[in-house]
Structure formats: structure tokens, C-alpha cells
Design a protein around this ligand. Structure first.
Ligand code: ASP
Ligand code: MG
Length: 403
């Protein structure tokens, strides 16, 4: 919601759904740019903000949104009431700035819904057991919405966002990218954790754990558009795999430009090597993604892993400091690598997906640096300069283009 004009639009859309006979809970996020503004303000006072106080500040953006939206509904004659996370019974743990929802007491909200009110609850926030305000991490209102939908056993959780659904890949890279009408929850989880910014990863986990049918759709459409049309727009995250033969083997190609690769050369191959390399990396709060340990030669091995490019320098410094004690000959790195992944539940029932992926890349002359797989995903690490080429070639090879 970028302006009061947009808030009035949201109110009109909500009223339309309510008029059609639905009980509605709305979970708005802060107005655009507001959370960033609040965090920047906090950092002017305290460059490493105290997490509890930061949540006190960052959570206020949503409080403004819910009040404004409730007013916009009242102004058009709808009965609406707004609540903060704690007023709506959202209990979290005390991990400020990245709290997890533990329970929701929906008594108050249910009462309002039964009385015909539209209930508006702040996204992104809750309260811990000591009564402190907590926030759920950036993009956390997605998770608030899915969690509230789960608690209320809602028919569907509609997530209105600035894209009109989940695509086979980023349309900015492949113009033929196609919007998926449905995606399984597991595929969505892989895509979210691979960096697709459509939904907060945790919200997808929540949708999966509580089987909340969740639909991603556009907030930029005409708020008064036909309700049935709106209700079937976007992408539905579903829980059954289609048994029909038409089901594509691959649902999407995901990519992450900003990877970095680090290799520790010539470490003695003995128990504890991986731990001694990755332990200090974890202690420095750096997340590791792909990992390879080579076959050892003469009792020595090389160990390679990837980190996000933002953490590259930090990780290199950590390992430089550990080099002696590891008995490593050298630490080398490459911060110009990208990860490209093919995701699809169809992989479970089709063989040869990996070989088709590798053939496609080889035909384009793209060298693969690392490979990792899961049951429904194959990822390769490649030179960043070939990333877009790889995505386009794979999108085509797996027939993901517009019909
Ligand atoms: N306002 C919060 C943020 O910017 C939560 C959200 O937008 O989902 O991260
Ligand atoms: Mg958001």
C-alpha cells in the first residue's frame, strides 16, 4: 500500500469480497518504504540497533496501515476493526527481528467475524510471553497472513503482491516466462529458499505445515474486477501433485546471481575436517549452501563450498585466520559465480532430468563448477557471465515457454 489512494482501493476490494458473503480478515504490511525508513531511523541513533527496541520501532509501520485501512472501510459504510498482533492473540518466541509464531488465540477475532465485522490485523508482528513486541523478519506479513488463515481454518489465504503470480522463471530474464496457475507447496518452498522474492520462505513452510491453500495474486488489478475472475487469478499453491500425464517434469528455473565459492586446498583428510572448516564459518553467522569434498590424494583433500556473495570477504578472512590450524596449503575463492536450479516434483517420476540439464548446458558451452540435488531440485554453480544464457537455454529445453 503506497498511498492513501491505494488504501482506499484495498478497502474497495475488501468490501467487494465481504459483500459477496465472505468473512474477511485482512493482514496489511506497512506502507511501501516505511519499514526501511523506520529501520534507517533506528540506525541513526544506534548503528547496531538493540533488537527489542528495533522491533518496537519497526512494528509501527503496520500499525498505521491497519488503522488507515479500518478507517477507509468505515468511511464506505463497512463495519471494520483493526488490531495489533498482540491484540489479535499472536504469540511468538523472543527472537526479536526474526521471531517465530508459536500460537494464535483467535477468540477475539472470531467474535468480531461472527458479528459481521471485517477484521484487520497488523502483519509482521506479535508478542512474546513477557509481553514484548516482536517482528517476524523482513517480508513477515506473508507469514502472519498464512498463520492467521491457518488458525481460523480459512478457505484460502490470498496474498496480494506486486507480481501477478509465480512464474516459470523471472520474466525479466526470459520474456517467454509463463505464469503458473498452480504450483505444489514443495516446489514453492524450493523456489522461495532459492531466492524467489515472491513469498517469505517461512510463510510457505507455514502453508505446508497447516495445509493452508494460498494464492499469490496481483494487488495492481482493478479492485472492482469480477470476483470470480479475481478468485481464480494468480498462482495457487496446492498440496496434491497432479497425477495427470500433462504435469510438466520441471515447473520452474530459479537462479541466484550473488553466490561466491571458496576452496580450501590441501587439508589433511581426517575426521573433523568439514567441521573445522565450516564451524568457524557458522560461528561468524555465515550461511553455507553447496558443499563438496574431493576424493583425497595422498591423505590430502580439497574442500569447496558456496556462500552468499555478501559474506564472501568475511568468510575468506575467517578461513585465512584458520589456515594454519587446518593444515591447509591455500584458500582460494571466486566471487563471480551464480547458481541456476531446475525445480519440479515431476523429477520424482522421471529419469534423465539431470542429464538433460547437463546436456543443455554443455551444448551452450557452459562449464559446471558444482552440482547439488534434492528430490525435486537440481542446482548447478556456473560462471556468472553465463547465468542468463543458462536460464534461457534451460527454460527452453524443459518446454516452459508460453503455450
Ligand atoms: N513491513 C515488513 C517489511 O517490510 C513486513 C512485510 O512487508 O511483509 O519487511
Ligand atoms: Mg512484503
Amino acid at each position: 500500500m503506497g498511498s492513501t489512494e491505494r488504501i482506499k482501493n484495498v478497502a474497495a476490494r475488501v468490501a467487494k469480497w465481504h459483500d459477496a458473503g465472505h468473512q474477511i480478515v485482512v493482514v496489511p504490511s506497512a506502507m511501501s518504504g516505511e519499514t526501511n525508513r523506520l529501520i534507517a531511523l533506528a540506525k541513526e541513533i544506534m548503528p547496531q540497533p538493540d533488537p527489542r527496541e528495533l522491533d518496537m520501532i519497526a512494528s509501527t509501520g503496520e500499525q498505521v496501515s491497519v488503522g488507515l485501512l479500518a478507517m477507509a472501510l468505515l468511511a464506505i459504510g463497512k463495519d471494520a476493526v483493526s488490531y495489533t498482533g498482540w491484540q489479535a492473540g499472536i504469540r511468538t518466541d523472543s527472537a526479536f527481528t526474526k521471531a517465530r509464531i508459536q500460537s494464535i488465540d483467535d477468540t477475539r477475532v472470531r467474535g468480531d467475524l461472527d458479528a459481521g465485522k471485517i477484521v484487520i490485523i497488523t502483519g509482521f508482528q506479535g508478542m512474546d510471553e513477557d509481553g514484548n513486541i516482536s517482528t517476524l523478519g523482513r517480508g513477515g506479513s506473508d507469514t502472519s497472513a498464512v498463520a492467521i488463515a491457518a488458525a481460523l481454518k480459512a478457505d484460502e489465504c490470498l496474498i496480494y503482491t506486486d507480481v501477478d503470480g509465480v512464474y516459470t522463471t523471472d520474466p525479466r530474464v526470459v520474456t517467454e516466462a509463463r505464469r503458473l496457475q498452480k504450483i505444489t507447496f514443495e516446489e514453492m518452498l524450493e523456489l522461495a529458499s532459492l531466492g524467489s522474492k515472491v513469498l517469505q520462505t517461512r510463510s510457505v513452510e507455514f502453508a505446508g505445515n497447516y495445509q493452508v491453500p494460498t494464492r499469490v495474486l496481483s494487488s495492481l488489478t482493478d479492485p472492482l474486477m469480477d470476483l470470480a475472475e479475481e478468485a481464480s487469478s494468480g498462482t495457487l499453491i496446492s498440496f496434491e501433485e497432479e497425477s495427470n500425464m500433462e504435469q510438466a517434469v520441471i515447473s520452474g528455473i530459479a537462479f541466484n546471481r550473488d553466490e561466491a565459492k571458496i576452496t580450501v586446498l590441501g587439508v589433511p583428510d581426517k575426521p573433523g575436517v568439514a567441521f573445522h572448516i565450516l564451524g568457524p564459518i557458522a560461528d561468524a553467522n555465515i550461511e553455507v549452501d553447496m558443499i563438496i569434498q574431493n576424493q583425497s590424494v595422498d591423505g590430502k583433500t580439497d574442500f569447496t563450498f558456496t556462500v552468499s556473495r555478501n559474506d564472501y570477504v568475511k568468510a575468506m578472512n575467517v578461513l585465512e585466520g584458520q589456515k594454519e590450524s587446518l593444515g591447509a596449503t591455500k584458500v582460494i575463492g571466486d566471487a563471480k559465480v551464480s547458481k541456476v536450479s531446475a525445480v519440479g516434483v515431476g523429477m520424482r517420476s522421471h529419469v534423465g532430468v539431470a542429464s538433460q540439464m547437463f546436456r543443455t548446458l554443455s551444448e551452450e558451452g557452459i562449464n559446471i563448477l558444482m552440482i547439488s540435488t534434492s528430490e525435486i531440485k537440481i542446482s548447478v554453480l556456473i560462471d556468472e557471465k553465463y547465468m542468463e544464457l543458462a536460464v534461457r537455454a534451460l527454460h527452453k529445453a524443459f518446454n516452459l515457454e508460453q503455450a
